[in-house]
Write a protein that binds this ligand. Structure first.
Ligand code: ADP
Ligand code: MG
Length: 376
């Protein structure tokens, strides 16, 4: 077991990393963050911020010399970086697991190879792959295989011609072409798995998106108990098949009553933010525990919760310099506001979120939606 006051390393300085730093600090650890952005949310509160690229070997050597274990909050960290660090220190999750989750083609093939339900798709490496697609795949969504997030690098296409056009717009980069599914709703499962293979799942959350970006998570999800159990079982199978160690997020579509895996995130997940406020152990504390070889914590959710993302769109004025009136939110009973300390608000940029908890799920949702309407 790695125990305090050991130093832990975090690759990536976004809000997910920032919550990891907070959890680790509360538990008595020190944290070094590597992120090229001098103002990264996690870097601002880290014990040391290495402002360097993810493949800067001088910085990686420094991290390896000072940190007992290293993890990531960012699926696009180069696999070579994780492999390199793993020669010197404990690294979780592994480069192999992260490589599957960071490439949509590898991810879909992994699901197919392991018999895990997912939607119809075709891997697109060249124009001929599009010409060879079935009529039944359309209408479809073309997604770049790498570096897409928050709906970026995606185009809806009605036909092969439109798919070819979108492929050119994406500079003929490798893509997946997915059938556009009719969604009943979306759910996600966040879990943690330790080195011995013990798994603890949080209750599934129900996710609503706006413009391809997660907007609201309702936890627990208003799915049937059979659907919730199945989602957890499928997420556990994925973690096992990846020999995953750490916190993992699995996104699902529920389409005509059927659960299909959409994608996996080899890190804590936006839909698990409420675990800080509404669960015995948060997804970030689980990440610390799994990384350090501590027993996993109790994931039980003690209160119904609703999480609302706050995007830069609600900042006002020239260059969005003016903060919304936070006092409105602080007045709402059971509401906790989390802001990430990002220096510049931009439309579509995740700047913070709030979580409302309470006794009764319908009333919590109502209070959260009223708070969201009041803040913009
Ligand atoms: P990201 O990496 O941006 O989260 P996703 O693949 O999860 O990318 O897509 C974002 C959202 O777009 C999904 O949560 C869902 O709402 C919608 N979406 C993506 N793919 C499909 C699809 N094949 N059918 C219907 N909706 C989709
Ligand atoms: Mg997604």
């Amino acid at each position: 077991m790695i125990l305090p006051p050991a130093t832990l390393g975090m690759l990536g300085g976004g809000q997910l990393g920032r919550f990891f730093v907070s959890a680790a600090h509360e538990m008595g650890y020190k944290v070094w963050v590597l992120d090229p952005d001098a103002n990264s949310p996690a870097g601002l509160i880290a014990d040391r911020h290495l402002v360097a690229a993810y493949d800067d070997f001088t910085a990686l050597d420094e991290m390896a010399a000072s940190c007992a274990a290293v993890t990531t909050e960012f699926e696009n960290v180069p696999a070579g970086t994780l492999d390199y660090l793993a020669k010197f220190v404990t690294v979780h999750p592994s480069a192999a697991a992260v490589s599957v989750c960071q490439n949509r083609i590898a991810e879909k093939r992994f699901l197919a190879d392991n018999g895990i339900a997912h939607g119809p798709f075709a891997a697109i490496e060249c124009e001929d792959d599009i010409r060879a697609t079935d009529d039944g795949l359309y209408p479809a969504v073309l997604k770049v295989a790498r570096f897409g997030y928050d709906g970026k690098g995606q185009a809806r296409v009605a036909s092969r011609d439109e798919a070819l056009h979108a492929f050119h717009q994406f500079h003929n980069e490798a893509c997946v072409l997915e059938k556009l599914l009719t969604l009943d709703f979306e759910v996600s499962v966040v879990l943690a798995r330790d080195e011995q293979g013990a798994v603890r799942c949080f209750p599934p959350g129900e996710n609503r998106h706006r413009n391809g970006i997660l907007d609201v998570t309702i936890a627990p999800a208003r799915a049937s108990s059979a659907q919730r159990d199945l989602a957890q079982t499928m997420a556990c199978r994925i973690a096992e098949a990846l020999s995953y160690v750490g916190t993992l997020g699995v996104e699902f579509f529920v389409s005509r009553g059927e659960l299909l895996v959409n994608e996996m995130a080899p890190r804590p997940h936006n839909s698990g933010h409420h675990t800080i406020d509404a669960c015995v152990t948060s997804q970030y504390e689980q990440q610390v525990r799994a990384l350090c070889g501590l027993p996993l914590g109790e994931p039980r959710q003690h209160s119904p919760a609703v999480m609302v993302n706050l995007l830069g769109d609600i900042w006002h004025g020239e260059d969005r310099r003016h903060e919304p009136d936070w006092s409105t939110l602080h007045a709402v009973p059971g509401l906790r506001l989390h802001l990430y300390g990002k220096h510049q608000a931009r439309a579509g940029r995740k700047m913070g979120h709030f979580v409302v908890i309470g006794e009764q799920a319908p009333e919590v949702l109502e209070r959260a939606m009223a708070a969201r309407a009041a803040i913009g």
